[in-house]
Design a binder for this molecule. Sequence first.
Ligand SMILES: Cc1ncc(COP(=O)(O)O)c(C=O)c1O
Length: 469
Amino acid sequence: MNPELEFSPDRMRQIGYRVVDRVVEHLATLSSQRVGTKGDPAALLTALAEPVPEQGMEFEAVLDQVERQVLANTMHVNHPRFFAYVPGPGNFVGAMADALISGYNVFAGTWISGSGPAALELTVLEWLREICGLPTSAGGVFVSGGTLANLTALAVARQVKVTSPLENATAYFSDQAHSSLEKALRVIGLPERNQRKLPSDASFRISVQELARRIEQDRAAGEHPFCVIASAGTTNTGAIDPLPELSALCRAHDVWLHVDGAYGAAAVITERGRELLVGVQLADSLSLDPHKWLFQPYEIGCVLVRNRDHLRDTFRILPEYLKDTQQHTAEFNFTDYGLQLTRNFRALKLWMSIKVFGLAAFRAAIERGFVLAGFTEACLRGMPGWEIVTPAQMGIVCFRYAALDDAAHLNLVQMLLEDGFALITSTILRGRTVLRTCTINPRTTEADIQSTLERLDRLAGGSACPTQT
Ligand SMILES: Cc1ncc(COP(=O)(O)O)c(C=O)c1O
């Protein structure tokens, strides 16, 4: 029995080294491993079901079980041939920062408990603000990911713009907006009938004309348009909504502009990203996920708000047991700027990895994602039978094998899952099932892409093998 829940310093070191050894071994051999494994639900649940253990056991035995039964049944989202969804390339410095954060168990909710962390978080937020081109009035908060960033932003939008009853408030977004936005609208209490999901145009972008028409129509009918949600890199195709035009429209109608850049906004640090993301700095609020295209381990998302006071107006409540956190006005309490009171110190991993690698390395890593998507598209164009549905855009390519129907494309994904060499998943565009690659892992090689596409072609029954280098 170990009622202090504690080990000697030597044993802690031993345990720590065992964990680091496993992580390093995993990362160093990732490319030669399967892309991951999806476990059978019944088998996994049976294997893991047990009564709560009354007595403890050796750490090593538990670690072994974790590796065999749990980690072995995951998709390695940082694998160089994981092209599904939005990969999570991560980075080792970020992982070590997470270990530090947990080891110290840093409380990053109030200045009194975590002044150093709060100062550092403000510094990193300031970096992101500057990178995105928002004015100095802007501020933000780190949250678990894009979903919470979007929820936080929409809660602020409601607080600032909705003075009339919520029943009349209307929000606008395209059919390509991420599902987390609809979830957020539901959570802030916006009735579904007030959610205007507009059909996207031929390039999967929101149509400004149609949006203007709907806003005017709603206004005339006595509704209160309060928020337009734009995407800066949709999950499906990487499409970027026309941000400058949307901003002008929103200003003209006194409507909040939220930009969901959870996936794409980080690309603004590259030259081509900056050109594509023109107008991102005009957002009233902006989501940006460092755990996507800024290569951080989960969970770190960020929301920036043009006027940081709006965040505080939305979230600050001061109960009696937190009064001594608020004695000094210069002290910054992140709990006043978001939903969480107890919150961990996510900012550290982004700060440490930018300090260690330098922003130039991040810029090159993002640029590599653009290059690899272009390479993927070029390979596919050289493969008979395959057609590009949406060209390389923000690291994403959508494509089909012309001779196969929707069900056969879904079947291809299943075959890839079983095969284990690489993973590509599907989505639906204009009612048709398509395959989709997202190539933002900077450790992916051209050979990884070629060999994956060759395999896919064989599975599809095609005769093409990309020969391009
Ligand atoms: C555009 C976009 N917004 C929001 C999200 C949700 O982010 P998270 O999964 O971090 O909650 C995603 C996730 O892929 C996304 O691609």
